[in-house]
Design a protein around this ligand. Structure first.
Ligand code: GLN
Length: 234
């Protein structure tokens, strides 16, 4: 096990709408609460992307910012190498689109993606905005997921990509198949902002357990549980 778990916050200067950078803070805090040293490594547009970190998080973005991120991640393929060796990656909203084969912006321009995920994204007729509730469709997760979505893109998964969850309320991937997000190898993508890991601690621990290669003892945080219960009741 590493002395210090290194959490890569990828391109917070261009990707991180709705406080998605908070996902890195949640990962660090849940490790520290268990006595495990952890640090956040911010990778900006001025830095090459290292392939040696333990876990990576990427946030959402507007169309123009997501184009800058796409160019940077293509030029410095450290994230792709890290995922190939099984490092967990969490991609939120625009980051799903960036990591796919291609995405079309709201103005109809097609941009080549990084190609890590077998999916494509094209604009929907209407923006998807609002609260989302989903059931996880991926192994290892059992708890209902909640978050907030705001995206124009609708994402179609290819055969190498599996849905992350099934939509109970909200839009999700938005192509009529009831799916939300994506899982492919060690990469998990979701349209959920919140930040997603603050709202869904089971997902945070799932990423950490993949990074560490061992199970973690549960954390009992009554305030977090109460917030979850209240949100789900609404
Ligand atoms: N620009 C993308 C879209 O509208 C992603 C938006 C976001 O990350 N919130 O689909």
């Amino acid at each position: 096990m590493p002395d210090t778990v290194r959490i890569g916050l990828v391109l917070p200067d261009v990707m991180g709408t709705y406080g998605d950078g908070g996902n890195a803070l949640v990962l660090r805090q849940r490790l520290r609460m268990r006595g495990q040293d952890a640090e956040i490594v911010s990778i900006t547009l001025n830095d090459p992307v290292p392939d040696s970190l333990d876990v990576y998080v990427l946030g959402g973005a507007e169309d123009s910012a997501q184009r800058l991120a796409t160019r940077h991640l293509t030029r410095y393929p450290g994230l792709q190498r890290a995922a190939e060796r099984g490092a967990p990656v969490l991609a939120i909203c625009a980051a799903i689109q960036v990591l796919g084969h291609w995405y079309e912006t709201s103005s109809g321009e097609r941009v080549d993606g990084v190609g890590m995920l077998d999916l494509t994204t094209a604009p929907r007729t209407e923006r998807a905005i609002g609260e989302v509730v989903t059931r996880p469709a991926t192994g290892g997760l059992t708890q209902t997921l909640t978050g907030f979505e705001n995206h124009r893109g609708g994402t179609t998964l290819g055969s190498d990509a599996a849905p992350f969850a099934r939509v109970e309320r909200g839009v999700g991937n938005g192509v009529g198949d009831g799916t939300e997000g994506v899982v492919q190898g060690s990469v998990i993508g979701t349209y959920l902002h919140g930040p997603a890991l603050a709202r869904n601690p089971e997902l945070a621990d799932h990423l950490l357990e993949t990074a560490l290669g061992r199970t973690l003892e549960p954390l009992h945080l009554p305030d977090v549980e109460q917030l979850r219960t209240e949100r789900l009741r609404r």
